[in-house]
Design a protein around this ligand. Structure first.
Ligand SMILES: Nc1ncnc2c1ncn2[C@@H]1O[C@H](COP(=O)(O)OP(=O)(O)O)[C@@H](O)[C@H]1O
Ligand SMILES: CCCC(=O)OP(=O)(O)O
Length: 359
């Protein structure tokens, strides 16, 4: 009889914690725990949200009658550790250290490996993993050069979902991911737009670092001179300016909310100012897709729009109208991250692949 492995998947995003339980490939439970701007407000640092998110996960499992002791492994979305190749990594002490001290900055996904390790530690024999963290780096060399010698461009994006969606699209058209040129726009709490050339993300707008389009809670690119003046105005601390770029930028700053579903409804019900801001976010995504089309020299098989915001037909139609001259636009709303994480853990549990060692 086939051995059943039970896998808990934990995916902390900036505005949600998604959890799911899989018995081998089959999802037996899933829940999206959404966190409003107000709920997250009391936590100074992302790491401070650990206890809050852990309690929500444990309560949700309890409510669904899922015994933590029945778990074979726990896999979390990986965070802002050192740039590493795509793969599955066991959560060891070095990885935990980097998830806590975050050499590349703060993001909710830093909690993924930590929550996975904490919950796996409750179960004798269970191990914790991360896979395709947000720091997966496949940039072509020319894309790393920024306009001053003290700066360099860095790859931080929705690697797990961008790749899962790109592979799923390739399968759906009977092709290999490695044979296609795709532009993937992931629209979530953060937004990243990537140029996938034959299975490698050779350029991508960094979702965290003040690049590309603004998003529900990120500023995206800001006018540099204005930013410098603001930094030296004496009116804001370093931490406050950091939060303007990530956490309290984008729609949170412009509208007070990170909830695109509500904002679109508000806009379509006559709030012109909100509508204009939502359109501006979509406009910037369209513009970034155009940049990635140039990166791929116009050889683009398809443009994929994904992430929670892709559920909004209004936003997708706006982007489509701007970019469908480049290539067919395919909307794949939500994300395939949970299944992708579970599949990665299952391959390790079945001994079909060896986890990488994070050093
Ligand atoms: N039906 C919908 N229409 C528009 N926006 C939506 C819809 N469903 C979810 N969203 C928005 O998607 C965003 C969250 O996307 P998601 O990919 O789940 O984010 P993350 O994982 O980064 O927290 C939120 O702003 C949410 O309001
Ligand atoms: C840090 C890059 C990935 C990202 O922005 O994720 P969220 O959209 O979940 O915040």
């Amino acid at each position: 009889m086939e051995k059943i492995y039970r896998i808990l998947v934990i995916n902390p995003g900036s505005t949600s914690t998604k959890i799911a339980v899989f018995d081998n490939e089959k999802e037996v439970f899933s829940r999206t725990l959404r966190h409003s701007t107000e709920e997250l407000q009391p936590y100074k640092q992302v790491a401070d949200q650990f206890g809050f998110r852990k309690q929500l996960i444990v309560d949700a499992l309890l409510e669904a009658n899922i015994d933590i002791q029945s778990l074979s492994a726990v896999i979390g979305r990986g965070g802002l550790v050192k740039p590493i190749p795509s793969g599955v990594y066991e959560v060891n002490e070095t990885l935990k250290h980097d998830l806590i001290h975050a050499p590349q900055g703060e993001h909710a996904s830093n909690l993924g490996g930590l929550l996975a390790a904490d919950i796996a530690a409750m179960v004798p024999g269970a191990k914790a993993y991360i896979a395709d963290p947000v720091v997966v780096d496949e940039l072509q060399d020319i894309a790393r050069i920024a306009g001053h010698e003290l700066f360099k461009r860095v790859s931080i994006f929705h690697a797990l979902n961008q790749k899962a969606v790109a592979r799923a699209y390739a399968r759906s058209v009977g092709k290999q991911y490695d044979d296609l040129n795709l532009i993937v726009a992931h629209l979530g709490g953060g937004i990243s737009v990537g140029a996938h050339r034959h299975g490698r993300v050779i350029d991508v707008s960094n979702a965290l670092d003040g690049e590309g389009p603004f998003s529900p809670e990120r500023s995206g690119a800001l006018p540099a001179k204005q930013l410098v003046d603001l930094c030296f105005s004496g009116r804001y601390t370093e931490r406050e300016v950091d939060r303007m770029i990530s956490g309290r930028g984008g729609l949170v700053s412009l509208t007070g909310s990170n909830n695109v579903k509500e904002l679109v409804e508000r806009g379509l019900n006559g709030d012109q100012k909100t509508l204009r801001i939502i359109e501006a976010m979509a406009y910037n995504v369209g513009k970034e897709v155009g940049c990635m089309a140039a990166v791929l020299h116009g050889n683009v098989n398809a443009i994929l729009i994904t992430g929670g915001i892709a559920y909004s037909a209004f936003i997708c139609d706006y982007i489509k109208a701007m970019v469908e001259f480049v290539a067919p636009v395919v909307v794949i709303p939500g994300e395939d991250e949970m299944q992708a994480l579970a599949d990665n853990a299952l391959e390790v549990l079945r001994g079909e692949r060896q986890p990488e060692v994070y050093k």
